[in-house]
Design a binder for this molecule. Structure first.
Ligand SMILES: [Zn+2]
Length: 267
């Protein structure tokens, strides 16, 4: 299982919702001010590894929090520069977004991202060719299975491993409230999310089938106390089960690659 956090901060409002008002941006800042410190404390308490997908804009706006995440040993993944939806970008614009994102993460953390999760799980027809060109080893933007698989691009199998997620296992679809620019009802009770999140975990565990449970969260959403309590209760449930591997996304991709190599007999 993998705990993943998309540290979008202001970039989600700027890039996806296309609003730059002080009120909208302050909601993003909550993720840096309150969410990240609480999440780092919780991960430290249970000694769990995690992957943080961080837009370059967040890394540049919040270098202290970004450096703290990396210093705690968590993996840093690419998440766009300013949370730009790739389907709206030209090839050159998407290339620039990928380059600027890598540059910001390397500058602030010293780590070159091995993995990519697209903003809001949206992909363009150019994304995978660009990711391959920039040496990205795995993607976390698809939703097609409960276990890793090879990414296909335009009918061809690529060398990129997919480690898929699910909207059902995401905090934004359940909890995110907004009046504008789109009305989002959000604000689900933590018990509602627990039913979904624990139900999928228990189902995958019972299948005993190398399923990969990827939980996707956002510091500005999960970071509120009542949701942090939900996350802690879920963690307590998962750590109490035998044989669960808590892994960073890059480790899951490596494990898949090794299994595939063993199957085909290639090194
Ligand atoms: Zn995001």
């Amino acid at each position: 299982m993998s705990l993943t956090f998309d540290f979008d901060a202001e970039s989600a409002w700027l890039g996806s919702f296309k609003v730059d008002t002080p009120s909208a941006l302050s909601r993003g800042a909550y993720g840096a001010n309150e969410g990240v410190p609480r999440i780092l404390d919780l991960l430290d308490k249970y000694q769990l590894p995690a992957t943080f997908f961080i837009p370059g804009d967040t890394a540049d706006r919040h270098p202290q929090e970004t450096k703290a995440i990396a210093a705690a040993g968590h993996e840093i993944g690419h998440h766009g520069y300013c949370h730009e939806p790739p389907p709206g970008l030209t090839l050159d614009e998407e290339r620039e977004m990928i380059e600027r994102g890598i540059d910001a993460l390397e500058r602030q953390t010293g780590q070159r991202p091995r993995g990519y999760r697209s903003p809001a799980w949206e992909l363009s027809h150019n994304t995978y060719a660009l990711l391959a060109e920039y040496g990205i080893e795995y993607d976390a933007s698809q939703l097609a299975a409960d276990r890793p698989y090879w990414v296909s691009d335009k009918g061809e199998r690529t060398g990129i491993v997919e480690v898929p997620g699910a909207w059902e296992l995401c905090d934004s679809s359940l909890f995110m409230f907004a009046f504008s620019p789109v009305y989002l009802r959000g604000l689900a009770a933590p018990s509602h999310a627990m039913e979904l999140w624990r139900g999928d975990f228990d189902g995958m565990y019972a299948e005993n089938s190398d399923a990969t449970y990827v939980l996707t969260m956002h510091p500005q959403i999960i970071g509120r106390h009542h949701r942090m309590q939900l996350l802690e209760q879920l963690i307590q449930h998962m750590v109490s089960q035998d044989g669960v591997w808590f892994a960073q996304m890059g480790d899951i991709a490596d494990d898949f690659r090794a299994r595939e190599a063993a199957k085909t007999g290639s090194a």
